[in-house]
Design a protein around this ligand. Structure first.
Ligand code: SF4
Length: 372
């Protein structure tokens, strides 16, 4: 069955309004950078050199009980006890897939819930982090989009997602992907802080190339990443080979065209030399899955060092879109490979638990309504 396009309102999407995160830099240690940690030491009347030790306890070793931080002076421990908290996300629902994928529903201090997904790979675990509660970007194929944006997540809340995963699993998380609920670049300041904290060699010490930020294409913020020297891998959710199709399925394209987005990616690749951009391409039957689309995509990506992830659509209840046939997916990938692209078909992990972002939260809300 071919998908039918429903014309969208003629308005050009404006930049979504910013939603304030629940943030309190001087309350939650999870969101504290070096400056804030040193201030805590000063406030406690302790040497600022203890800031690195405190950071190692919390971010590297996951210690959250102040009194068991034996290398810190008692004055600092008492100050921490009295004034500083560790933001802990409570696991309120859990799903496990046959393929080992775990999906956690995490409750934040204001009662709002977000999803975080743990995906096993060859000897490594990847965590998919949410950056917002809901999302304002409105991609037509995304369940999270249907609920709109509630608010941004603070850096402390995103770090609490990583800490919750550590408690949940004994296997170390090797990769972080900012591909959960929300558009990371719509929450730029908190996400940039999060990336700096998780890649801090004295803290969580993730390699920057193992931290991937995925954006729907907020062009000015991609340039801002370059200006700020934000060190991570970049993925772009492109999903179309031309402006017409992209604008139909991703309203953000009416604000920042494919041309502008691809120019930003060329500038990004030029600036970063050997870095490749990951192009994500959700394949929707009859919409963007034909070989002529592949040929168009090859032209569009000319000059951009990239790897293409082909993601056959993971249908959710009520979705108007269909998964493409295996033959279409293979033909599409072959076309890209012939042109010299590294193109990989990625099956959605955890398909039996509906692992597309937003689905666990939607199901739990639905169940709660039924059970009262
Ligand atoms: S795909 Fe990502 S950016 Fe698009 S609506 Fe969903 S969460 Fe937002």
């Amino acid at each position: 069955m071919r998908a039918v396009f429903i014309p969208l309102p003629s308005m050009i999407i404006s930049e979504p309004p910013a939603a304030e995160p629940l943030t309190d830099t001087f309350r939650y240690i999870n969101g504290m950078d070096d400056v804030a940690l040193q201030q805590v030491c000063r406030d406690a009347g302790a040497k600022i050199s203890h800031a690195d030790t405190l950071k190692a306890y919390v971010f590297r070793h996951g210690v959250t009980d102040w009194q068991s931080m034996h290398e810190l002076p008692q004055t600092l421990k008492s100050h921490l006890q009295a004034h500083i908290s560790v933001l802990t996300a409570e696991v309120t629902a859990l799903q496990q897939s046959d393929d080992g994928t775990h999906k956690l529903l995490l409750k934040m201090p204001d009662g709002k819930e977000v999803e975080s997904v743990l995906i096993p790979g060859a000897g490594r675990l990847t965590q998919c982090i949410s950056t917002q509660i809901g999302c304002a970007i409105g991609c037509e194929f995304c369940l999270t989009a249907t609920a709109g944006l509630t608010r941004n997540l603070s850096c402390a809340e995103m770090i609490s997602e990583v800490m919750a995963a550590r408690q949940f699993t004994r296997s170390p998380v090797r990769n972080i992907v900012l591909m959960g609920m929300g558009e990371p670049l719509h929450n730029y300041d908190e996400v940039a802080k999060f990336i700096r904290l998780v890649t801090d060699p004295k803290g969580m010490a993730f390699s920057p190339r193992r931290v991937t930020l995925s954006t729907a294409g907020l062009v000015p913020q991609i340039y801002r990443m370059m200006e700020d020297g934000l060190d991570c891998s970049l993925a772009v959710s492109l999903n179309a080979s031309n402006d017409e199709t992209r604008s139909r399925i991703m309203p953000i394209n009416r604000k920042y065209s494919m041309h502008a987005l691809l120019e930003a990616l060329r500038a990004y690749v030029d600036k970063h030399g050997r870095k490749r951009v990951l192009i994500e391409y959700v394949m929707l039957a009859g919409v963007n899955d034909q070989t002529h689309h592949a040929k168009e995509l090859i032209q569009a990506l000319d000059g951009i060092a990239s790897t293409v992830n082909l993601l056959p659509f993971n249908a959710f209840p009520g979705s108007p879109w269909q998964r493409p046939s295996d033959a279409c997916v293979t033909a599409f990938r072959t076309e890209l490979s012939k042109a010299g692209f590294v193109a990989v078909v990625r099956e959605s992990r955890g398909r039996d638990i509906s692992a597309a972002c937003g689905q666990l939260k939607t199901e739990v809300i639905h169940r709660r309504k039924i059970t009262g």
